[in-house]
Design a protein around this ligand. Sequence first.
Ligand code: ADP
Ligand code: MG
Length: 151
Amino acid sequence: MQEWTVVTRSPDETAGLAERLGQLVAAGDVITLAGDLGAGKTSFTKGLAKGLGVKGVVNSPTFTIIKEYQGRLPLYHMDVYRMEDEAEELGLEEYFYGEGVSVVEWPTRIEEQLPENHLSIAIYHLDETSRKLTVTASGEREQQLGKEWLE
Ligand code: ADP
Ligand code: MG
């Protein structure tokens, strides 16, 4: 287990940070984004999508639960905030172990489906324009990814 902390001072700074992660991710990587409403989970995902080379607009999939985008790899963007009991029916494993990169907003709602190894990011609201991001890497691949990204 390895952990990093980053403070960003603007939405652009968060997007830039996420964009660099988007350049490093590989098929099968799972990134979880925790944090209250308005923390910056969707903004982070937009930056990551840009780094992955996704063209077009990435919006919050709150009402659809999963949206798929195509960049250098597929991006599976999940927002499970509104999901209750149907987690198993969604077949999330197909995404997690698929050809693309999964980004999950509100991961605590699908803890049982989540692969054990993932890059876990918690975003805390410091003030109007500042956020603290805590990044935790569980597996070896994730630790390597975190190092490349943040060190
Ligand atoms: P969530 O998906 O977590 O509900 P959003 O990404 O939709 O959050 O919204 C985050 C909001 O916070 C946006 O309006 C964004 O402009 C604002 N914001 C302010 N400062 C930052 C920052 N440092 N990083 C990310 N977002 C920020
Ligand atoms: Mg969101």
